[in-house]
Design a protein around this ligand. Structure first.
Ligand code: PMP
Ligand code: GLN
Length: 386
């Protein structure tokens, strides 16, 4: 293994899912739903398989899916996209993120991102020979995570190539506000950088978030410098399909496509028409899914609070973060390794998503994208912790 990849061990999701399987625990670690997505989408995939959509699709994705992605962005975010030149389909958001960084960063270029960050960010930045400049998110007086404006400004410099922004944010559940987005947009323009946005939870900003989700690309001056990334996995409960996409100005999408063609070339032939169907579902699907997840968040939050954790408010995503300090915990990794034996539940230690591990040492993340009965059972088990 090359030296620069040696610090990256097995991902925490793999480790914790294996622990759940080994101990027969309820897995609230890795974020994947335990029910299937919309029937229309599943039927369309089955039809496509039988009708022979089983060979290489076109490099940028099948026309029907690119059209559906463009229409979806117009419908929900008023972002106009030309499906011919401004949309590319990728193997999940993960490939889009990696391809974007590989396509845009020279060796030694810097990527500003917020920590805790999704684990593939650090690895993709390192693969590209770039350098990460994390800005730490910390809970403010109202419990909502935020960042220090001075720290963000200090992270920018002459080598900054891009800002990698995830909102709604995994693992904190933070939805960046328009004031925060304006600050980020201002610095991108002042330092003439790109922005790459990871919006895989675009439909999971809850109704009680401080503000609704707004794509950074829709702020003044940002359209031409922003590459927007999303994925079907979270919105349509099909994380194993790995159908993602990147949209933005043609020159950025074309750069991503250039790299993507040598990473995977193409992916998910028979699933692409199915995701096109899903993206065209009526608005009620998207709001219904959000409301369902919000109810589960409330259920798990109540269970965790009753069990004695100090629970941080989650405004979106699949996740809620809990502070283990009131239960006598000091180190999330230790706590998560012992949790299956203590009560038959698996969570993920948040510190692995930080460069500044101390900032997240006492925090662990629970996924609530599970059936009501599973969340109830998890809550029962956790109540025995005290
Ligand atoms: N970004 C974030 C913030 C995520 O939580 C995930 C996990 N779904 C991904 C990217 C990866 O998405 P995909 O499975 O589509 O590659
Ligand atoms: N995005 C999911 C999570 O944060 C899972 C990602 C993975 O397993 N690589 O839990």
């Amino acid at each position: 293994l090359v030296e620069r990849m040696r610090p990256f061990g097995t991902t925490i999701f793999t480790e914790m899912s294996a622990l759940a399987a080994r101990t027969g625990s309820i897995n609230l670690g890795q974020g994947f739903p335990d029910t299937d997505g919309p029937a229309e989408m599943l039927d369309a995939a089955a039809r496509a398989l039988r009708e022979g959509a089983n060979q290489y699709p076109p490099l940028p994705g099948i026309p029907a899916l690119r059209a559906a992605i463009a229409e979806h962005e117009q419908r929900f975010w008023a972002l106009p996209r030309d499906p011919g030149t401004e949309v590319v389909v990728t193997a999940g958001a993960t490939e889009a993120i990696a391809a974007a960084i590989l396509a845009l960063c020279e060796r030694g270029d810097e990527v500003v991102t917020f920590e805790p960050y999704y684990d593939s960010y650090a690895a993709s930045i390192t693969l590209a020979g770039a350098v990460r400049r994390p800005v730490t998110l910390r809970p403010g007086p109202d419990g909502r995570y935020t960042f220090d404006e001075g720290e963000l400004r200090a992270a920018f410099g002459p080598r900054t190539r891009l800002v990698l922004l995830n909102s709604p944010h995994n693992p904190t559940g933070k939805v960046f506000t328009s004031a925060e987005l304006s600050l980020i947009a201002g610095l991108c323009q002042e330092f003439d950088t790109y922005a790459v946005t990871d919006e895989v939870y675009e439909h999971l900003a809850f109704t009680d978030a401080a503000e609704p989700h707004v794509p950074l690309a829709s702020l003044p001056g940002m359209h031409e410098r922003t590459l927007r990334i999303s994925s079907a996995g979270k919105t349509f409960s099909c994380t194993g399909w790995k159908v993602g996409w990147a949209t933005g100005p043609a020159r950025l999408v074309s750069a991503v496509t250039r790299v993507k063609q040598f990473l995977t070339f193409v992916n998910a032939g028979p699933l692409q028409p199915a995701v096109a169907v899903a993206l065209g579902l009526p608005e009620a699907y998207f709001t219904g899914f959000r409301d369902e997840l919000q109810a589960r968040r409330d259920h798990l939050t109540a269970g965790l609070t009753a069990a004695g954790f100090a629970v941080q408010p989650s405004e979106g995503t699949y996740f809620v973060t809990a502070d283990i300090t009131p239960l006598g915990g000091t180190d999330g990794i230790e706590f998560c390794r012992e949790l299956p034996e203590r009560c038959g539940v698996v969570a993920v230690p948040t510190q692995v998503f930080y460069d500044d591990r101390d900032a997240g040492r006492h925090l662990i993340r629970f996924a609530f994208c599970k059936r009501e009965s599973v969340i109830e059972e998890a809550a029962q088990r956790l109540s025995k912790l005290g």
